[in-house]
Design a protein around this ligand. Structure first.
Ligand code: GLC
Length: 434
């Protein structure tokens, strides 16, 4: 009897302990699986950032400490714009809410806005705030009078050159493409280094080729579309500019490998000390001047050359922040976006990562001017940078141009033949888009 009572009480103690352990473990498991129990998880998708990307993560950590209820998860896509767009169109088309804030190339906004994939941000920024930003990307971010994204950082094509090599032969940076060719000939002859390349640019068949080619085209007074939006891609100015790009390869000023090169490939080649001139975006400047760089202190930057009697041109590039229309955390996403557009946040990324601010007021910042003297020239370049056509049909236009420009620079078709075909295709796309 006594034994039975004991075993009964042991049984209930055991049962109680067992239940306690299970409940406690479930609690621990919940906390363990999500160390930030009760926080809103905000997913921020962006392309791989070249250089010191850890500073972006540090900035995000600062946002989290100011907003203890929000945890930001960074999800990184490949650096190439064409690959990123592929991801977004598949995912946004299927109505995915897997990410909240996204970074977008300046050329995508009309397409994404028209498809209804982006949250309208018009009410988030006052008129006064908007005026602080560069007008070029803002125009691209506005669709049918509404703002669907805000410029995060801006890009414009520039010419990098080896200050030390030009200085050694008392040469100044070139104003025209012909001067550039001559400088390459002089330096290559004197240096007697067969591994030294003259001029590299992005020539792979992708969006970057359009950006580089547009600088030759506009620098020869040519255009993709006229003022009424009609294609004029087979004009003599465009034919000559594109033939000149091919002639750079034929004459050995530009190495054949550029026909497969993107931004990073040319950046590595120039960074290894093997190139006199490179066309690229401003991000590379910080990387070239890092402590471990082989060409630290030897790099100059200037505006792109032009052809006789035409202006220098820089293609407008850059990345925008927007909110996925399907996001379940729009309030938090807005907070995050507003934080990223603060003066201090943009200055931090400019100083540490080299991403150029979309806010114009930072360009007079003394610390920034001191560290990156080229920043003041960049301001004027950015104010005048040439946009690619701003239309929801840009991806189709881009496909036609990528094919044609690649045919020309690889020598598989003459500029005239290829551009005549491209003209017909562009006319068709534009008449269909009404
Ligand atoms: C840079 C520019 C972007 C452009 C791309 C091409 O990322 O910011 O606008 O489309 O290069 O490769």
């Amino acid at each position: 009897m006594y034994n039975m009572r004991i075993s009964k009480s042991i049984k209930s103690t055991l049962l109680f302990s067992f239940a306690f352990i299970i409940i406690f473990s479930i609690f621990l498991l919940a906390c363990g699986n999500n160390k930030d129990f009760g926080k809103t998880k905000l997913v921020f998708k962006h392309g791989k950032i070249a250089g010191e990307s850890k500073y972006l993560t540090d900035l995000i950590t600062q946002f989290e400490s100011e907003n203890p209820n929000i945890e930001v998860v960074e999800e990184v896509l490949p650096a190439i714009t064409d690959q990123q767009r592929q991801f977004y169109i598949t995912s946004l088309e299927s109505g995915s809410d897997d990410f909240d804030v996204l970074s977008m190339d300046v050329i995508w906004i009309p397409e994404f806005a028209r498809a209804g994939w982006l949250e309208d941000l018009t009410a988030l920024f006052s008129k006064d705030e908007i005026q602080l930003f560069f007008p070029g990307p803002l125009r691209a971010d506005t669709y049918q009078g509404k703002l669907y994204a805000m410029p995060w950082y801006v890009d414009a094509g520039v010419l990098y050159y080896r200050k030390d090599l030009l200085g050694k032969y008392f040469l100044s940076p070139p104003k025209t493409f012909n001067e550039l060719k001559n400088i390459c000939r002089i330096i290559k002859r004197q240096e007697r280094n067969s591994k030294l390349y003259g001029f590299v640019w992005q020539g792979k068949q992708y969006e970057g080729l359009i950006c580089a080619a547009l600088e030759f085209i506009e620098g020869n007074c040519g255009h993709i579309l006229d003022a009424d939006g009609n294609p004029i891609i087979n004009s003599p100015q465009v034919i000559n500019a594109m033939s000149f790009m091919r002639s750079l390869i034929d004459s050995g000023i530009t190495p054949e490998y550029v026909t497969t090169a993107d931004e990073e490939m040319t950046r590595h080649s120039f960074g290894n000390g093997n190139v006199i001139f490179m066309r690229n975006w401003p991000y590379a400047y910080n990387i070239f001047n890092a402590e471990d760089s082989k060409i630290k202190g030897k790099v100059g930057v200037c505006i792109m050359p032009h052809f006789d009697n035409c202006p220098s041109a820089a293609t407008l590039g850059g990345w925008q922040l927007g909110i996925n229309k399907m996001s379940k955390h729009k309030k938090e996403a807005q907070k995050f976006i507003s934080f990223m557009f603060r003066y201090e946040s943009q200055k931090y990324l400019a100083l540490n990562v080299g991403l150029k601010p979309s806010r114009r007021d930072i360009y007079t910042d003394e610390t920034l001017k001191d560290k990156q003297p080229f920043i003041s020239d960049l301001y004027d370049i950015l104010m005048k940078a040439v946009p690619r056509p701003i239309t929801p049909y840009y991806p189709q236009i881009s496909q036609v141009l990528q094919t044609s420009f690649s045919e020309i620079i690889t020598g598989s078709k003459s500029a005239e033949e290829s551009l005549n075909e491209a003209q017909g295709k562009l006319a068709e796309i534009i008449s269909r888009s009404g």
